[in-house]
Design a protein. Structure first.
Lengths: 322, 159
């Protein structure tokens, strides 16, 4: 069984290929149905609709992690805040973690509802230039659980992309659930009608997290999603009392730095632990604004700048897809 | 299908306890796992959270999943609950504190305990060593053994 599984992963024909869903390696893959139904992208009518909807989005960044609990949503929220600090930029944050939608709480928008207008669903605005959309807004109680199988989730993701009236956006940040499952394939396929600048992958220094990141990197390469780089979160802790540093999540195999070197991927930065990060997230505030002098803030800002530079350099000429 | 195979086709032999580690979320894998295990003696579910509100927020939904799936809730564990600096012994609540305990109270389920952060735990797991054997003096040790004891007690009461 293990051999079959590893062969499958190695022999995925690629979701966009003619063999998608039909190769022998596709047997048992959770996305086989989607690929075989020719849904390697949205159908042409939907594709046109999607393109029209996202035509005014200049840059799209996916935030991925192979592993849960590494700080991906925290990073997505702070990336959005960091980019929106420039008031001339219009930023949008889309939370497609359908089972665990943390973004509303982190952005101080818990309890908000979405409104529908003639032009579609309106994002909820944190600032004038920072809009948010999450399945969390559709749940009436904090106890409600979205217990859906893949195809229904795919349908919702599609709807978010198609029906949200984002307007003109400079940066669309997409916060994904952990793993390389249907949600990821779904979002990449639907967005392939428009343009994704690239993916940022978040990890902790531990090997158990890096193992999943390597899979994530493979996934990105298979679906031809450019990798902007890797962020190593929870990278060391400085005791507030004695100022000594501890590696709470020891990088037993060299951490993200070694992995990035080995896989020829950019290490965007390392963010140390800071108890204020969790506190700010829990109270829906921007950690960057609440703790501007923290070493973690300096790290985040440097990483955000590198992402911005990457996007600006790879500026996509919209005319090319039309 | 794979999950069902892991349950039915693996030669587990005679077992006192089967621990099933699940991915995060309330999704296909969880539904399939509960369905595959239902014919067997499901003692229940242990829900793990960190102390922060955003983590607790997800676990509230997981509790709903358990209730809808008819899964008995053994209790909640508050993980990564505090870090004791090895240099000066100052305890810092890096991921806040108390969220797991509050949730257990609010939801009316047992609170199994807090497990503090210990770099030795992470390291020994990565190196495939037995943390319980090697680090009985770790601050995580009493917490983990206490949790295990409560589960043992529950299983003895129910058999």
């Amino acid at each position: 069984l293990a051999t079959q599984l590893s062969l499958s992963l190695a022999e995925c024909p690629g979701t966009g290929s003619a063999q998608a869903g039909r190769a022998s390696a596709c047997q048992g893959c959770p996305n086989q149905g989607l690929c075989a139904a020719g849904a390697a992208g949205p159908d042409p009518a939907e594709a046109a609709e999607l393109r029209a909807r996202l035509r005014a989005v200049r840059h799209t960044v996916l935030v991925l992690s192979g592993k849960g609990g590494v700080g991906k949503s925290t990073f997505s929220a702070l990336l959005a805040h960091g980019l929106a600090a420039d008031e001339t930029k219009q930023v949008a944050l889309l939370d497609i973690d359908i089972c665990g939608p943390s973004i509303p709480k982190m952005m101080g928008l818990e309890g908000e509802q979405v409104h529908q207008s003639g032009s579609g669903w309106s994002p909820v605005y944190v600032e004038e230039n920072l809009g948010v959309m999450s399945v969390g807004f559709l749940l009436s109680s904090p106890d409600d659980a979205v217990i859906w199988r893949g195809p229904k989730k795919n349908g919702l993701i599609k709807q978010f992309l198609r029906d949200v009236d984002w307007g003109e956006v400079d940066y669309l940040i997409v916060d994904t659930p952990p793993g390389t499952s249907d949600e990821h394939l779904s979002i990449v396929q639907y967005l392939s009608a428009t343009h994704i600048d690239g993916a940022v992958i978040v990890t902790t220094p531990q090997e158990v997290s890096l193992q999943d990141v390597r899979k994530e990197i493979n996934f990105c390469r298979k679906v031809k999603l450019p990798i902007i780089g890797v962020v190593e979160n929870m990278s060391g802790f400085v005791c507030p009392k004695c100022k000594n540093e501890s590696q709470i999540f020891p990088p037993t195999t060299g951490g993200a730095e070694k992995m990035c070197q080995n896989l020829n991927v950019s290490l965007l930065g390392k963010v140390p632990l800071d108890p204020q990060i969790g506190k700010s997230s829990d109270s829906g505030q921007s950690f960057l604004a609440e703790a501007p002098e923290s070493p973690a803030t300096l790290s985040y800002r440097s990483i955000i700048q590198r992402i911005q530079e990457y996007c600006e350099q790879h500026h996509f000429q919209e005319e090319k897809i039309m | 299908a794979l999950i069902k195979q892991f349950v039915t086709d693996v030669a587990w032999g005679d077992l006192d306890f089967l621990i099933v580690d699940t991915p995060p979320g309330t999704s296909d894998e969880h539904i399939s796992t509960v369905e595959a295990l239902r014919p067997y003696q499901l003692l229940g579910a242990v829900l793990v959270t960190t102390p922060q509100a955003v983590s607790v927020g997800d676990v509230r939904r997981e509790l709903t999943f358990c209730r809808k799936a008819g899964l008995h809730i053994l209790g909640i564990v508050e993980n990564m609950s505090g870090f004791v600096c090895p240099h000066c012994s100052e305890c810092t609540n890096i991921f806040s504190k108390g969220g797991g305990e509050e949730l257990a109270k609010h939801a009316g389920v047992p609170f199994l305990g807090c497990v503090p952060l210990d770099p030795q735990l992470s390291q020994s797991l990565e190196e495939g060593r037995d943390f319980i054997q090697e680090f009985p003096k770790s601050s995580a040790f009493p917490a983990l053994t206490h949790i295990a004891q409560q589960i043992l007690d529950t299983s003895q009461r129910s058999s």
